[in-house]
Design a protein around this ligand. Structure first.
Ligand SMILES: Nc1ncnc2c1ncn2[C@@H]1O[C@H](COP(=O)(O)OP(=O)(O)OP(=O)(O)O)[C@@H](O)[C@H]1O
Length: 339
């Protein structure tokens, strides 16, 4: 197991009283997995990740990360991980390449290897030609990719990525996905938070959903989608008058729920909609009822979210870095802690 956490709790003291950001999280991440950590704003994702990356200490609970005990050997954990914070980790005045090399050297990489590894990553993440640029002159997307280079340059076996694709254009996102897949192929384990559900769906082997500081669901994207809502089926009837008869047939199907009729359309949800369809069509046909069309929609991760948390993840938070937390002030802490 690359990460094994039990009962992780983190409470923040604030002027308005304690904030229970993480309230007893158990999680396991196997070697070589890409695990997506999803949840609405303020759910506790960043706090959990920062605990696992040794940047803040848990109020209680235990964890083994990359083979080292989080409490007893935080230095061992730090040496084996890469962490790309939401808020970025480069200094505006610094030269991009220098930042990368300095960062790698903190992890014991010699200068020559650090330059070679850094420049290779620059090429792979479309930063070619920017090695000597001051960080503040880079575009937002370039700076984000520079953050990612910083997290990868020392070739960690476990990589924490906190919303790595926020602020990237679609092409850069796709490029980063490809890169993440390659990292996994080389044996790395990836723990990633994202607000983009399509990203989680396409990239992650497994997804953990957190809400109000607690894990509320865990599974492959496919399992989660099946478990929560089932497929949505819409039957277009040639004659709206047949809707009650069709509804009766549909209600008899095992696992069918959420029946709705709107004029000549009967809709419902059912697990594995594609598999029940042939039998259903035969039953409808046997009663002499004519259909104009049938649609089956697989549930999306957003459906999962809505069912699990009562909130949609598809809000506008992906388009800004706000998130409402202390991302500005955490910058320094993260840099110091890693150093
Ligand atoms: N340093 C802090 N001091 C006080 N409260 C904090 C601190 N850091 C986080 N919190 C609070 O803890 C809760 C969880 O925050 P966290 O940043 O972990 O959520 P998140 O799931 O990462 O959210 P987002 O998607 O917006 O980044 C929030 O209510 C947040 O305001």
């Amino acid at each position: 197991m690359m990460i094994e956490a039990r009962g992780l709790v983190r409470t923040f003291k604030t002027k308005r009283g304690p904030v229970q950001a993480v309230q007893g999280v158990d999680l396991d991440v196997a070697d070589g997995e890409i695990v997506g950590f999803l949840g609405p704003n303020g759910a506790g994702k960043t706090t959990t990740m920062r605990m696992l990356a040794t940047l803040i200490t848990p109020t209680s609970g235990t964890a083994t990360v990359a083979g080292c005990d989080l409490a007893k050997d935080p230095v061992g954990v730090r040496r084996r991980i890469g962490y790309v914070p939401q808020s970025g980790s480069t200094l505006p005045e610094a030269i991009a390449g220098d930042e990368v090399v300095d960062h790698a050297r903190l992890y014991g990489v010699d200068k020559k290897s650090a330059i070679a590894a850094g420049q290779k990553l620059f090429d792979e993440l479309d930063l070619g030609g920017l090695w000597k640029r001051q960080c503040k002159t880079l575009s937002g997307g370039q700076r984000r990719r520079l953050d990612i280079v910083m997290g990868l340059v020392h070739e960690p076996k476990l990589i924490f990525l906190d919303e790595p694709t926020t602020g990237l254009d679609p092409q850069a996102r796709a490029n980063l996905w490809e890169h993440i897949r390659q990292l996994r192929q080389r044996g790395a384990t990836i723990f990633i938070t994202t607000h983009y559900l399509d990203e989680a769906d396409a990239l992650c082997d497994r997804i953990l959903v957190i809400d109000h500081g607690k894990i509320v669901a865990s599974g492959t994207p496919e399992e989660l989608k099946q478990r929560v809502s089932g497929d949505a089926v819409r039957l277009n009837l040639a004659d709206a008058g047949q809707a009650p008869a069709v509804t009766k047939i549909v209600e008899l199907l095992e696992g069918s729920t959420s029946f709705e009729t709107e004029q000549n359309v009967v809709s419902f949800r059912i697990p594995k909609g594609g598999a029940v369809l042939p039998g259903l069509l035969r039953s409808i046909d046997a009663q002499g009822i004519e259909l104009d069309g049938v649609e089956v929609h697989r549930p999306t991760l957003d459906d999962v979210f809505l069912t699990m948390t009562g909130r949609s993840l598809r809000d506008d938070s992906g388009s800004s870095d706000s998130g409402g937390t202390d991302s500005g002030s955490s910058d320094k802490t993260e840099k110091e802690a890693v150093a």
